[in-house]
Design a protein around this ligand. Structure first.
Ligand code: GLN
Length: 201
C-alpha cells in the first residue's frame, strides 16, 4: 500500500522519525507548512521543546489544518513534546490541541533526571511478541491521568507512558532514538487501518 507519513518539521527531533519510517519501508516527508498536511495519511509530532513548537504552530497558522486532519480521523503520533501538544490538559503550558483525553505534567521529572533509559513492557494485547523495549526518556513529560476512552499501551509503576485514543497515539519517550522499530510499525499499521476504513465505508 502506497502511504506517505508526514513529520512536523518546525523544530525538534524530526529527522530521526523520518529515518525510522523509511527504515520501515514507507515514504516520509517533512511538514513545514499547513497545506502540506493534505499530502499525507498520518502525521508524527516529534519531541523537542513544546513552548517553541506552540509559537511556530501559531506563527505558521497550523491549527485549522491540524483540526481538520484530526477530525478526518487520520492518525497522529506524538512523542514527548508531541505528546504534550496532543493532550487535553497540560500543567505549565497555556496551549494544547486536546486530541487525546490525558492530563500531562510537562516538566514532571525536573532537572535532576534530565534523561534516562529504561526497559519497559509493551502491552501484549497490542505488541504480542512480548519482548521488553528500551525506552529513552529526555526531559520527559508525565501522563498524570489517562481519562475515559484512553487505552494504555505501556506503563511504569502503574503510570501510562504510551497511550492511544482512537487514531491518536502518544508516548512520553523517544522511539525514534532506538533501532527498535516496533512502535513506528504499530503507528504505520494504524495509518493503514484508517485508509482501509475509509475505503470500506
Ligand atoms: N519537556 C519538554 C517540553 O516541555 C519536552 C522534552 C522532549 O520533547 N524531549 O517541551
Amino acid at each position: 500500500m502506497e502511504i506517505q507519513i508526514g513529520v512536523l518539521a518546525l523544530q525538534g527531533a524530526f529527522r530521526e522519525h523520518l529515518t525510522a519510517i523509511e527504515k520501515c519501508g514507507h515514504k516520509a516527508v517533512q511538514i513545514k507548512f499547513a497545506d502540506e498536511l493534505n499530502n499525507i495519511q498520518g502525521l508524527i509530532i516529534p519531541g523537542g521543546e513544546s513552548t517553541t513548537m506552540v509559537k511556530l504552530i501559531k506563527k505558521y497558522e497550523f491549527r485549522p489544518a491540524l483540526d481538520r486532519f484530526f477530525k478526518s480521523q487520520k492518525p497522529i503520533f506524538g512523542t514527548c513534546a508531541g505528546l504534550i501538544l496532543l493532550a487535553s490538559r497540560v500543567e505549565n503550558l497555556d496551549y494544547c490541541l486536546g486530541y487525546i483525553n490525558i492530563d500531562v505534567d510537562r516538566n514532571a521529572y525536573g532537572r535532576q533526571i534530565d534523561s534516562f533509559e529504561q526497559f519497559v513492557e509493551l502491552n501484549p494485547a497490542y505488541f504480542p511478541e512480548n519482548e521488553s523495549y528500551k525506552a529513552v526518556f529526555i526531559r520527559a513529560p508525565r501522563i498524570i491521568k489517562a481519562g475515559a476512552g484512553v487505552q494504555v499501551l505501556s506503563s511504569i509503576k502503574g503510570e501510562a507512558i504510551m497511550a492511544r485514543q482512537n487514531n491518536i497515539l502518544v508516548c512520553s519517550f523517544h522511539p525514534e532514538l532506538t533501532d527498535d522499530l516496533r512502535i513506528h510499525r504499530y503507528f504505520i499499521n494504524m495509518v493503514k487501518d484508517s485508509i482501509n476504513m475509509v475505503k470500506s465505508s
